[in-house]
Design a binder for this molecule. Structure first.
Ligand code: PMP
Ligand code: GLN
Length: 391
C-alpha cells in the first residue's frame, strides 16, 4: 500500500476553490468524540433506531427487484405522496410531475438550487448562525454572500437590517425554520414581513425546512408553501433523514414552482441524477400513515423538556428552543474560553461533545454559546447531563 504524494510543482497547480474551508465542524467533533469515547451530542443525528417497518419496506423493495435507477425526479408514487402531505399540511398544491424532485438528502437540494440560480456577482442574503453548506455553495458558484444575524439572546430576526441589505444585485435569500443551530422559528408575521420586503423584486427564496416536523409547544410550522406570494418564488428543501430518524440514508426532496424546478432539475441531473430506488418505494408506502410524521414534534418535545430538566441546576444557560433537535446553551458562567477551545476541552476532559456555535458564522463570531443535539436515547441524555451538571 502506498500514498500518492504529488510533487511540489503539481501541488501548486491545484489552486483551492475553497481556500478558507477545512473539514466541517460536524466531522471534526464526531471524530474527536470517537477518539475520546465521549458522548456525542455534537453532530445532529439520532442514536436510536429508525422504524423497523421502514427497514422492512426498503428490504422488501430490494427483494422485489427495485434496484436500478429511479426516474430522475424521483419515483412518481413518492412524489404523489409528498404532494399529498404538502397539501394536507400547508394547503399548497405542488404538481408531482413538474414541481417535486426527490434527491439524496437536503444538502444536495440546497446545492442544486443555488447552482441553478446563482451566477457571478449575484448577492445572496444569509442569516447567521446558519448551516455550514450555504456559504461554500454560494461561493463555488461565484455568488457573494451578504450577512445578517439573529439577535441574541432569543435569536430574533431584524427585518430592518435585512431590508438594508437588499439591492439590485440581491438574487436570493436563504431562510431556515425551524433553525439549526438556534432552535428558533419563523412566525407567520415573519413570513409576512419577508413577503412584503421582496414583493415586486426578482428575489428567490431558498427555504430550508428540513426540521419542518420538529416544532414545539403547539406551534405550527410556517412553511413558505403556506404563503402563495412567497411560494411562487421559493425552493423548499426537506429531509427524510430528520423526519424518519434515518440521516444516514441521505434522502430528501425539493419543492418549487415549475419554472424554478426546471432549472433545478437541469443541474441536479448532472449531480446525482437520481436517489436510492428501494428507499423511495419504502417511503412512498410509509407516508400512507400520517401519524409517522405528525407524532414527531411530541416525541422530540419530550426529549427537549427532559434534557432541560436534567440540566436544571447546571451553570449552562439554555436558550429558548422552539424547534429542531438542537439546544443551545451559554457557558459563560463556566468558562471564559473561546467556544471551540471549550468544546474541545468538554470532549477531551469531560466526555461530552458539543458544537461551538461560532462554526455557524463565516467570521467565527463567538458569543460563548454551544449546541447540543438532544436526538438521543434518554439514557444518553442522562449520562451526558450527569457530566455537564458538574461543570
Ligand atoms: N439543512 C439543515 C439546516 C440541516 O441541519 C441539515 C442536516 N444535515 C441539512 C440541511 C441537510 O440534510 P441532509 O442530511 O438530508 O442532507
Ligand atoms: N445537520 C447535522 C448537524 O447540524 C449534521 C450535518 C452534517 O454532518 N453534515 O449537526
Amino acid at each position: 500500500m502506498y500514498f500518492v504524494t504529488p510533487m511540489p510543482i503539481f501541488q501548486n497547480q491545484v489552486k483551492s476553490k475553497l481556500p478558507q474551508v477545512g473539514t466541517t465542524i460536524f466531522a471534526t467533533m464526531s471524530a474527536l468524540a470517537t477518539k475520546h469515547q465521549a458522548i456525542n451530542l455534537a453532530q445532529g443525528f439520532p442514536d436510536f433506531m429508525c422504524s423497523e417497518k421502514l427497514i422492512s419496506l426498503v428490504n422488501k423493495a430490494m427483494l422485489e427487484g427495485h434496484n436500478q435507477y429511479a426516474p430522475m425526479p424521483g419515483l412518481m408514487s413518492l412524489r404523489e405522496k409528498i404532494a399529498e402531505k404538502t397539501e394536507y399540511l400547508y394547503a399548497a398544491k405542488y404538481n408531482p410531475e413538474t414541481e417535486i424532485t426527490v434527491v439524496p438528502g437536503g444538502t444536495i437540494a440546497l446545492y442544486a438550487a443555488i447552482t441553478a440560480t446563482i451566477k457571478e456577482n449575484d448577492e445572496v442574503i444569509i442569516i447567521e448562525p446558519c448551516y455550514d453548506s450555504y456559504l461554500p455553495a454560494i461561493e463555488l458558484n461565484g455568488g457573494k454572500a451578504v450577512f445578517t444575524s439573529y439577535k441574541l439572546p432569543d435569536y430574533k430576526i431584524d427585518w430592518n437590517e435585512i431590508k438594508k441589505l437588499i439591492n439590485s444585485k440581491t438574487k436570493m435569500i436563504i431562510i431556515n425554520t425551524p433553525n439549526n443551530p438556534t432552535g428558533s422559528i419563523f412566525s407567520a408575521a415573519d413570513m409576512q414581513k419577508l413577503d412584503k420586503l421582496i414583493n415586486g423584486s426578482n428575489i428567490i427564496v431558498l427555504s430550508d425546512e428540513v426540521y419542518e416536523h420538529i416544532i414545539f409547544d403547539g406551534i405550527e410550522h410556517q412553511s413558505v408553501a403556506r404563503f402563495p406570494n412567497l411560494a411562487e418564488r421559493s425552493f423548499i428543501v426537506s429531509s427524510f433523514g430528520k423526519t424518519f430518524h434515518t440521516t444516514g440514508w441521505k434522502m430528501g426532496y425539493c419543492l418549487a414552482p415549475a419554472n424554478l424546478m426546471a432549472e433545478f432539475r437541469k443541474v441536479y441531473q448532472f449531480m446525482a441524477f437520481s436517489a436510492h430506488t428501494p428507499t423511495q418505494y419504502a417511503l412512498a408506502a410509509y407516508l400512507e400513515n400520517k401519524e409517522e410524521y405528525l407524532t414527531l414534534s411530541a416525541f422530540y418535545q419530550e426529549k427537549r423538556d427532559y434534557f432541560k430538566k436534567l440540566l436544571e441546576g447546571s451553570r449552562f444557560k439554555l436558550t429558548n428552543c422552539l424547534g429542531s433537535y438542537f439546544q443551545c446553551a451559554f457557558y459563560d458562567k463556566i468558562s471564559d474560553e473561546g467556544d471551540k477551545v471549550f468544546c474541545n476541552r468538554l470532549t477531551e476532559e469531560h466526555g461530552v461533545a458539543a458544537i461551538p456555535v461560532s462554526a455557524f458564522y463565516a467570521k467565527g463570531d463567538d458569543h460563548k454559546v454551544i449546541r447540543f443535539c438532544f436526538a438521543k436515547k434518554n439514557e444518553t441524555l442522562e449520562k451526558a447531563a450527569e457530566k455537564l451538571i458538574k461543570l
